[in-house]
Write a protein that binds this ligand. Sequence first.
Ligand SMILES: [Zn+2]
Length: 330
Amino acid sequence: MPTVETILGPVDTAELGRTYMHEHVFVLDADVQQNYPSEWGSEDERVADAVGKLKALAAQGIRSIADPTVIGLGRYIPRIQRIAEQVPELNIIPATGCYTYDQVPFFFYHRDPAVYAALGSDEPEPMVTMFTDDIVNGITGTGVKAAFLKCAIDEKGLTGGVERVMRAVARTHRGTGVPITVHTHPGSETGLVVKQVMCDQEGVDATRVVLGHTGDSSDVDHLSALADQGFILGMDRFGLYVGTTFEARADTVVEMCARGYADRMVLSHDTSCYLDMVDPRIVQLMTTWTYLHIHDAVLPYLREHGVTDDQIDTMLIENPRRYFENVGAY
Ligand SMILES: [Zn+2]
C-alpha cells in the first residue's frame, strides 16, 4: 500500500480523503517572534486555538491538509506535533524547502557551492543535503518526515536566490521522488519560468508539480496552457479576496472544469491559524479567509454553476492522492 508521511506518521494514501493542498497552521518570522513575542502571546492559547480551528475543519469532512510551511515561514515541527496529537482525525502533511521571493536566507548566502568550488572542494548544495535529510531521516530529530518540497517565485521573477532554491528543490525531488509545490505569481506568468528551469533544465516531470496560487489569475487560456504542460494548478487561495473576488476565483474553476481540466486542479485556502505577515487587525477583516470557506461557500457555488460532484471529488480526493502516490526517484 502506498503511504504518505504526516505529522503523526505514515498514512495509507487511500485514507487521505478530501484534501486541501495548501493550508498552513502557522506562518511566522521566527527571528522576529523570538525577540518580539508579545503579539503571539501564550503558546498554550495559540495551540488551543489551532486545535479548535482544525477540529472544525475536520468536522466538515476534510481528512487531510498539505502544509507547505518551510524555512522562511517559521516551520517548527514540535509545535505542530502537539496540535496534531489533539486532532488525530486530520492528517497534516509536512513539507521541506525554502521560501523566498529574492535572495537565499543569510544562513546559505556564503555557503554557496561556487565558494566551495573556488576552494577546490566539490561540496554539494547544502540545501539539497538538508531537504533530503528531512525527507529520508526526518526533521530535527522529531521523526516526522517531509512529504513534499516547496519553493517560491513571485513578481520579482528568477532572482539569483530564487533560482538557487528552485534548482535545489528540483534536485532533491529527482533524488527522493517526493512531489513539489511552487508558490507562483500567475499575473507575471512565473509558471512558465518553473517550466523552463525545473522541467526543461532540471528534468522535473511537470505532473509532479503543483503550481501554487495559479488561481490568483482568471486568464483561463494561460491556465490551460500550464495544465497542458502537465502541471497541477493550485486554486488555493479561496477566501482571500484581495485584488480578486469570490466570483473571479470560483468562475475560473467553473470554466476550467468545463474545459476538461478537473484532473489538473486542487483546491485550498492558503490560510492559517495565525500568520504574522499581516497585521491581525487586518486579518480580522478578512472574514472569509478561514479553513471553512470552501466547504461553506465555494463548493455550493461550483455545484450551482455546473461543476459535478465527480469533478469535485477529482479535485479534492483523486488529484491529491495521485500527487502523493507518484513518488519514484528518477
Ligand atoms: Zn502558503
